[in-house]
Write a protein that binds this ligand. Structure first.
Ligand SMILES: *Cc1c(COP(=O)(O)O)cnc(C)c1O
Length: 481
């Protein structure tokens, strides 16, 4: 445990033998067979090496080889469509997997960071990401955050007119190295998931372009401010089809063209097209692929890639989701109303969206036996429950799997983004440890700690442990206590 994980060449050479990934050009997507084989090996090794067991009944696992592959696929996909020499920054949306070692790994693969809070910016800086590869977007930046970003020279996308006012004041005093843009909402409509659709008519993000007077306001804002050189839109997300995403990008491009026409110069020199490539949660296959999306953009918005505009992307889920697995021990196997229920240690604390909105965010579950081997046997319809004290705490309801028994393991697949990195402190359950896995120096699977498991002592400290008497003594006016 804790063994060093080798660099990309070694990892690629070792693991791509399973026939997955980069060999194909992404035209059809890969089947994910190599990734599934690596996952099975890792679960088994985690049990054998004692990472998982009765006293550590839940872990998050990250496939280092897979993350490197996805990063490479992203780079290759856009390199294939942009004019030679086009500046391209792929900024990983940190909110998808806010873990410092992950940001560092991606940095090594040529990927920067899109941040949306002081915490995310601090994670990116800790991972060694410089201002030139960092983009700050957020709908609620405070004056202090804006001042810090401009002082550091980080790219900033203003969300609305009030924020632009604040930036006006800062630009006058700051050295002004930050590339600055405005986020617009082309209002092209949402996808199948309301809560994560960003381009609906009433979305809270950006300047709503189709609202009365808004487009003209945006153009004037640029004409009045020669230092506004970027334009930003993020219209995709899970549930949004590629064609709709491409339309959002096309409308943003058209707006940049209009601004530049009216400015009589190439004032907007960089388009930030956001992220939002959806992820396939139904099988191991990677679909859609970055290559498909990049080719679609090249067909629908050819001017975008002809060399006149630099490009920024902000993918999150699609870079990490398929490389993460939550593995949880089956503490008890019982039966209720004739249906088998496996009570595991993974529930709402690691799969919050799935537990609260199972119809929208279903997860695949894989069954492993007590030794971490893929479980064999006839499929049995069963519930896979979590440890939290409410009845809806189910990772999966009525799913058909080999019957899970006490001491087996249930794995929630495709949970590398917006799942175990997004702990929800229900029932004061501790944050599970997160480990990266890959081929070890001496062969076999090796693990590295990405995030230590939280301890119960830390839970107490974060729950006011130092303020034990706060509410039973006399209260005092704020500042005098
Ligand atoms: C969340 C977010 C992203 C990343 O979205 P994914 O669906 O994870 O790719 C990119 N840009 C902005 C502004 C975001 O809010």
């Amino acid at each position: 445990m804790g063994a060093h994980i080798e660099g990309s060449e070694a990892a690629g050479a070792d693991v791509s033998a399973a026939g997955d990934g980069m060999g194909e050009d992404g035209r059809t997507g890969d089947s994910g067979a190599g990734r599934a084989a690596r996952r099975d090996e890792a679960v088994r090794a985690a049990v054998e090496q004692g990472l998982l067991g009765p006293d550590t009944p839940i872990v998050g696992l990250l496939d280092v080889t897979g993350i490197r592959e996805s990063a490479a696929e992203l780079r290759v996909a856009f390199d294939a469509v942009v004019a030679p020499g086009t500046p391209v920054l792929h900024a990983f949306a940190v909110k998808a997997t806010p873990l410092v070692p992950v940001l560092r790994l991606l940095r090594e693969e040529g990927i920067g960071a899109e941040v949306a809070s002081p915490g995310e910016l601090a994670l990116a800086r800790t991972a060694g990401l410089g201002p030139e590869v960092t983009v700050l977007d957020s709908p609620a930046k405070t004056p202090r955050e804006l001042r810090e970003a401009l002082a550091l020279g980080i790219a900033v996308n203003a969300d609305n007119p009030q924020e632009l006012d604040r930036i006006d004041g800062l630009v006058r005093s700051a050295a002004g190295r930050s590339p600055i843009g405005i986020r617009v909402n082309p209002q092209i409509g949402g996808g199948s998931i309301e809560a994560t659709s960003t381009a609906t008519a009433t979305s809270k993000f950006g300047v709503a372009l189709r609202d009365e007077g808004a487009r003209e306001w945006v153009v004037r804002a640029y004409l009045d401010r020669p230092w506004l050189t970027r334009l930003h839109a993020h219209t995709g997300s899970q549930g949004v089809p590629l064609s709709l995403m491409a339309r959002g990008v096309a409308e943003t491009y058209e707006l940049a063209e209009e601004i530049n026409r009216r400015a009589g110069r190439r004032q907007v020199d960089t388009l930030d097209i956001g992220g939002g490539l959806p992820v396939n949660f139904a099988s191991d296959a990677t679909t859609p692929t970055y290559a498909q999306y990049a080719r679609m953009l090249a067909e629908e918005v050819p001017g975008l890639f002809d060399g006149r505009y630099g490009l920024v992307t902000e993918f999150g889920r699609s870079l990490l989701a398929k490389h993460g697995t939550v593995v949880a021990r089956v503490e008890y196997a019982k039966s209720a109303g004739g249906r088998p229920v496996a009570v595991t240690h993974a529930g709402v604390q690691v799969a919050t969206r799935t537990v609260y909105a199972p119809g929208v965010w279903p997860l695949r579950i894989a069954a492993y036996d007590a030794k971490g081997r893929p479980k064999e046997g006839p499929a049995v319809v069963q519930d896979v429950a979590g440890p939290a004290c409410f009845s809806g705490d189910l990772l999966a309801e009525g799913c058909a799997l080999p019957l899970l028994e006490q001491g087996d393991f249930a794995a929630a697949l495709d949970t590398g983004a917006y799942y175990f990195a997004h702990h929800y402190a229900y029932n004061s359950l501790v944050r599970p440890g997160v480990y990266g896995f890959g081929p070890g120096r001496e062969g076999g699977v090796a693990f590295a700690v990405v995030r230590e498991a939280q301890t119960v002592e830390e839970v107490v400290a974060e729950s006011g442990g130092a303020q034990v008497d706060a509410l039973v003594g006399g209260l005092a006016p704020w500042g005098l206590s």
